[in-house]
Design a protein around this ligand. Structure first.
Ligand code: HMG
Ligand code: MG
Length: 298
């Protein structure tokens, strides 16, 4: 008994593009968001309000947010690592903010330059300030099955991080396989650990596809009742602080699988493929999606 409906958050404009070496103009990012919303995405992770020294590609965050013609019913989310990021983000009126912590100590240091405990202290202020303004807060939990520096991550550490997120008022958590090393049973263990602290309606899966496991991991998550996933159009992406990690699972591949399972997404696959083709053309490469490739060669 799989869920009958699934919500996808396309994180392509943020997770997908953050690792691109050459600057992608704001106008291209805005057009990508427009194409994703016209394909039926109900939430788009647009950008991040992080330090431009750390992630230069996201330096145009405010310009991108200001340029989007918002569509009713669509939610626009942004990453905020600290109060400075939140204050800048608030001017752009996001529907949702995302704080991000790791289940791995070493990854926390490399990604946000502080320990897990320090990051939680810092986020506590961010979460409080956002919620005071009525903004929904999501937490991304990185490295929930494996870490590029520490190797395998035990489910107990995921449970620990989820409980810290809960304590500071994070309303929803994303269970991320940052480097795409997870396999279905390991991913299920990370989800079960999270479910000790969060209800099934308040968790999502965020799977990178480095080892080609992300669709299998998505199905494994669906079998536990998870119905919300982050995916990236054209399989764009990778994290600058996770060497060798590739993009998120391609949105097109997930939509193809879900529709094949009879699960509703509200997404028009053809238009989604078109959005992926648009950004891939700009980047000068083929979409990193098997479903898109098959449909484009039909
Ligand atoms: P820091 O250097 O420790 O921060 O960085 P600081 O407070 O000491 O500030 C240093 C400088 O950065 C100062 O500027 C600040 O103004 C500036 P200076 O005085 O030197 O000119 N600064 C900022 N500027 C703009 N916006 C801000 C901001 N904060 C400080 N918000 C910090 C700490 C967290 C800021 C830094 O490490 C950072 O920005 N990291 C970026 C991390 C990132 O974006 N990672 C990728 C996203 S996470 C991800 O991809 C995983 C996910 O997809 C889930 C998964 O797959 O696992 C979500
Ligand atoms: Mg990610």
């Amino acid at each position: 008994n799989l869920p009958s409906k699934v919500k996808l958050v396309d994180v392509g404009p943020r997770d997908g593009l953050q690792n691109e070496k050459s600057p992608v103009p704001a106008a291209v990012k805005i057009e990508l968001v427009h194409r994703l919303q016209s394909a039926g995405l109900s939430e788009i992770e647009v950008t991040s309000f992080v330090s431009p020294k750390w992630v230069p590609q996201m330096a145009d965050n405010a310009e991108v947010m200001a340029g989007i013609k918002r569509k009713t019913g669509v939610r626009y989310s942004v990453l905020t690592p600290n109060m400075q990021g939140l204050e800048a983000a608030l001017l752009s009126k996001p529907d949702e903010i995302v704080v991000f912590a790791a289940a791995s100590e070493a990854f926390s240091q490399r990604n946000i330059n502080c320990s897990i405990a320090e990051s939680i202290q810092r986020f506590a202020l961010v979460v409080q300030a956002a919620r005071d303004k009525g903004i929904y807060v999501r937490g991304a939990m990185s490295c929930t099955v494996g870490c590029p520096y520490e190797g395998e991550i035990a489910p107990e550490r995921v449970a620990m991080l989820a409980s810290m997120m809960k304590d500071i008022g994070v309303q929803h958590v994303g269970i991320a396989d940052t480097i795409g090393v997870g396999t279905p049973i390991k991913v299920q263990r990370a989800i079960e650990a999270t479910l000790k602290h969060y209800a099934i309606d308040d968790v999502s899966g965020h799977f990178h596809d480095t080892y080609g496991q992300a669709l299998g991991n998505t199905l494994a998550a669906l079998q536990l009742g998870v119905w919300q996933f982050d995916t990236s159009v054209a399989g764009l992406g990778g994290c600058p602080f996770a060497k060798g990690a590739t993009g998120n699972v391609a949105s097109e591949d997930v939509v193809y699988m879900l529709h094949g399972l009879g699960i509703e997404t509200g997404i028009d696959l053809e238009k989604l493929v078109d959005a992926g083709q648009f950004i891939s053309d700009f980047l000068g490469r083929k979409p990193n999606s098997r479903a898109a490739t098959a449909l484009l060669n039909k």
